[in-house]
Design a protein around this ligand. Structure first.
Ligand SMILES: NC(=O)C1=CN([C@@H]2O[C@H](COP(=O)(O)OP(=O)(O)OC[C@H]3O[C@@H](n4cnc5c(N)ncnc54)[C@H](OP(=O)(O)O)[C@@H]3O)[C@@H](O)[C@H]2O)C=CC1
Ligand SMILES: O=C1O[C@H](COP(=O)(O)O)[C@@H](O)[C@H](O)[C@H]1O
Length: 491
């Protein structure tokens, strides 16, 4: 099946932090793929910057190595066309040195989209914006992309948003949450709003509970320094998992227009029932991985990797969120994320209510309630679990089977990485899949009391062995409600 490509207008994309991990693993490969698929206009330029003393050619060699490592089907002809688009400018954003050189390059053309991607540590976001403003590099065609984390709490997010907002207008600011660019996440909206089937059932009368799991098998690796200041609640729940929760729980927006979608997500965030020092122990579980084993052999614990025995930073969180509105009253949303878990898997499970009455006798066997599983990664797809009769003349015996739709089988095309879609949306000026400032504020308003309740609690994160599903208290969190995490119920 051919991939549909929507051409974007001419642009200059400036990548700050172009020698970092994100640029290496995600941004350069995403831009290469968009170019190879014919989406980039002939004169699109990608201006890369960092502190190191590179020439254009040095950076092209660096980018070539990154692409060789991270792109499977690299094509030599496309590669050399792509590398020709790259320029390099040395900038120390902290001292401000180099912004004039950048401005000189940008001023070669002033009528094209001018996007600044801030792939640097969050402490530099404000400084870069201020320096861009001072250098006169921001014009009406400009956009800025801010990576997460946006602050470490509500107050710091507000301060950052104010600094960025003093240089860029809200419609020029793209707060990226790469989960929103994942194909299956966008498919969640298609599933809900392009099918008549689900909407009548999408409420507390028919749904028992929802589980959202983002499990990683890797540890913190080279990002331990950043991670220890964040932890799983700030790193994953505040943004990715809450955004997924919003997409599951929001009312149908009036259209796919950015503000219509974001207005509905905001209402969900505001309706989240508070978790604070009064209920934090009942509603949340935090853990920290200990030494264990993975497929590759023995792995160290978090504290060993960090080189600090004192850290209380959580590498795992499970929590029970409640949405206080008519649609979702009494329907728990169990959220769970962690590092060094048993498996890398991200999925949303919508567990429907059991049937109200069975007409079958005991011989037919147990009737399992329907379940919709939206698998984000790996093996993207959607599965509906339903009951059918076992084939054959053996009487009425019931069995649960999956109605399965695997994207890899259904569409024989490469599944684009989230960053491909999101970077192109920035150039197109489409903010639908980006967070608005009030969403970020509302998410922090819910997260901050959890964080401070943990900080003042005597309880430490519970240790869990690497390669497991987290502390046993996470199992207890759902079992107390008579439920189980999907991988534990053998269905
Ligand atoms: N890596 C990931 O998977 C993800 C990262 N993010 C976010 O993306 C951002 C970048 O992360 P990541 O790539 O991992 O970080 P890295 O530490 O790997 O890279 C940081 C980059 O910033 C540059 N840099 C540092 N200080 C300066 C300075 N004073 N002036 C100019 N450039 C500077 C470094 O270049 P040099 O030292 O050569 O100057 C390097 O290119 C962060 O905000 C992170 O939270 C978000 C989601 C996932
Ligand atoms: O934003 C982040 O996401 C990654 C997980 O992203 P995925 O697309 O690989 O699922 C996580 O590892 C990282 O800690 C976090 O900052």
């Amino acid at each position: 099946m051919a991939v549909r490509v929507i051409e974007v207008e001419e642009f200059d994309l400036v990548v700050f932090g172009a020698s970092g991990d994100l640029a290496h693993r995600k941004l350069l490969p995403a831009l290469y793929h968009r170019d190879a698929d014919g989406q980039l206009p002939a004169n699109a330029r990608i201006i890369c910057s960092a502190r190191r003393d590179y020439t254009d050619d040095d950076y092209r060699n660096y980018a070539k190595a990154a692409l060789k490592e991270h792109v499977k089907d690299l094509d030599d002809e496309h590669l050399s066309l792509f590398l020709d688009r790259l320029r390099y400018v040395k900038i120390d954003v902290a001292s401000g040195e180099g912004f004039d050189d950048l401005k000189t390059i940008l001023d070669e053309r002033t009528d094209v989209v001018r996007a600044f991607y801030l792939a640097v540590g969050p402490d530099l976001f404000g400084t870069i914006c201020e320096n861009l403003g001072k250098a006169g590099a921001v014009n009406d065609h400009s956009r800025v992309v801010i990576e997460k984390p946006i602050g470490k709490d509500g107050a710091s997010a507000k301060a950052l948003n104010e600094t960025v907002g003093s240089v860029f207008k809200e419609e020029q600011i793209f707060r990226i949450d790469h989960y929103l660019g994942k194909e299956t996440v966008q498919n969640l909206m298609a599933l809900r709003f392009a099918n008549a089937l689900f909407e009548p059932l999408w409420n507390a009368a028919h749904i028992d509970h929802v589980q959202i799991t983002v499990a990683e098998s890797l540890g913190v690796g080279g990002r331990a320094g950043y991670y220890d200041t964040a932890g799983a609640l700030r790193d994953m729940i505040q943004n990715h998992l809450l955004q997924l929760l919003c997409l599951v729980a929001m009312e149908p927006p009036e259209s796919m227009n950015a503000d219509s979608v974001r207005d509905e997500k905001l209402k969900v965030l505001k309706a989240l029932a508070p978790i604070d020092e009064h209920n934090v122990d009942k509603m949340t579980v935090r853990g920290q991985y200990r030494a264990g084993a993975s497929a590759g052999g023995a792995v160290p614990g978090y504290l060993d990797e960090l080189g600090n025995d004192e850290s209380r930073t959580e590498t795992f969180v499970a929590l029970k969120a409640e949405i206080a509105n008519w649609r979702w009253a009494g329907v728990p949303f169990y959220l769970r994320t962690g590092k060094r878990l048993a498996q890398r898997v991200s999925e949303i499970v919508v567990q429907f209510q059991p049937i109200p009455h069975s007409i079958f006798d005991a011989e037919a066997g147990a009737i399992t309630a329907n379940r919709l599983i939206i698998r984000l990664q790996p093996d993207e797809g959607v599965q509906m679990q339903i009951m059918i009769k076992d084939p054959g003349p053996g009487g009425m015996r019931l069995r649960q089977v999956p109605l399965d739709m695997s994207f890899a089988d259904a569409f024989k095309v490469r599944n684009p990485d989230a960053y491909e879609r999101l970077i192109m949306d920035v150039i197109r000026g489409n903010q639908t899949l980006f967070m608005r400032r009030d969403e970020v504020d509302a998410a922090w308003a819910w997260i901050d009391p959890i964080q401070s309740a943990w900080a003042s609690s005597k309880n430490l994160p519970k240790g869990y062995t690497s390669g497991t599903w987290g502390p046993s208290a996470s199992i207890a969190l759902v079992e107390r409600d008579g439920r189980t995490w999907t991988e534990d119920d053998g269905k």
